[in-house]
Ligand binder design. Sequence first.
Ligand code: SAH
Length: 224
Amino acid sequence: MRPQPHSYRSTRERSLDAMLALLELRGIHDRCVLAAMTVVSREPFVETSDILDAYADHALSIGHGQTISQPYVVALMLQALELQGNEHVLEIGTGSGYSAAVLSQLAAHVYTVERDPMLSTTARARLAALGYDGIDLMCGDGSLGWPEHAPYDAIVVTAGGPTIPQALVDQLAIGGRLVMPVGSRESQYLSLLVKTSAHDYTITDLGAVAFVPLVGVQGWSEPA
Ligand code: SAH
């Protein structure tokens, strides 16, 4: 095997180390989340022009007006799910497939739904080419969940909505955890919902975030 150019390797390693240090500094303490984000390279999920910025702590464009979330927000959401490794997890907003790949390292099975057919097709091909298994993808309106595989032990929504869709609460197992940005189209608070019984849940606010809109029947209407 030809050695990788020294400058590329060291740049990548330095960027990854800086990302991990920042995550810890900002309160990400779950060793499994940090390990998963070390194992899953971000480069294949970002646009070629952004490769050198792949580990920078800001969102990057993935085309079609959508973004791959900044590492800190991905880590915050996944840490809040408190996964042990045996869960079935539903993700709404496949996007590039990056957070689904990270989730696949933390749970038994990942179901992920994307409304944009091009993004969904690209993510499917990318995840297969990279060899990630244990991930099922569907193209459709994730504000309605994916009822066929419910209940889910955890649900993560990577797009912001006006409220937490009732369909998702219904598809969450009792004791399950759901994380979703809730607020306006432009800015939201990250909400953690824990389902305590068939009809009860608690909600905790994890801080301010800015996600692209969840567009669907139980989200926002299509932009004009
Ligand atoms: N998790 C992604 C980032 C997603 S950005 C990653 O790691 O790259 C949010 C995504 O949610 C966008 O791709 C957008 O098209 C998608 N989205 C918006 N509304 C949706 C809906 N109702 N159902 C499924 N996906 C939706």
